[in-house]
Design a protein around this ligand. Structure first.
Ligand code: HEC
Length: 111
């Protein structure tokens, strides 16, 4: 478990949005606001655990061990959105908030 849980991330994002004075509604889909940690976990289990396993270490279908992944948040979001090799892209399946929430969720697998 990482020291910065999803609610903290959502709070920071919300504060940044307010701080910039943007009228937020169109930007709402760009962050993981509205997707709870429980939902992110459910999405991960449903869409990702088949290859990566519940703890990110299964390495089925030649997938890498997520606990040793060093990708940044942006890189993970891009990879999950568009896919790579045999990993299926999620852009037509999950919305941006869900993709970001899952990208955030898998950070907990890191050592
Ligand atoms: C069909 C099996 C499969 C599924 C389902 C799958 N992946 Fe992957 N994943 C892979 C493979 C294979 C790679 C390696 C891609 C490459 O580099 O060619 C990968 C790579 C990754 C990486 C990059 C790790 C690194 O450091 O290189 C991340 C992060 C990741 N997957 C997350 C996810 C998430 C989140 C989901 C669910 C939305 C998911 N994967 C679903 C097979 C899968």
């Amino acid at each position: 478990m990482r020291p910065f849980p999803l609610p903290f991330f959502v709070l920071v994002t919300a504060l940044l949005t307010v701080g910039c004075g943007s009228n937020s509604a169109p930007d709402a889909a760009a962050d993981s606001a509205g997707v709870s940690e429980v939902q992110a976990r459910a999405l991960y289990i449903r869409k990702c655990s088949l290859c990566h396993g519940e703890d990110g270490r299964l390495m089925a279908s030649k997938s890498p061990d997520l606990s040793t992944s060093v990708l940044s948040m942006e890189e993970r979001v891009a990879l999950i959105t568009y896919g790579k090799g045999t990993m299926p892209g999620q852009k037509d399946i999950l919305n941006r908030a869900e993709i970001k929430a899952v990208a955030q969720y898998i950070e907990r697998f890191r050592e």
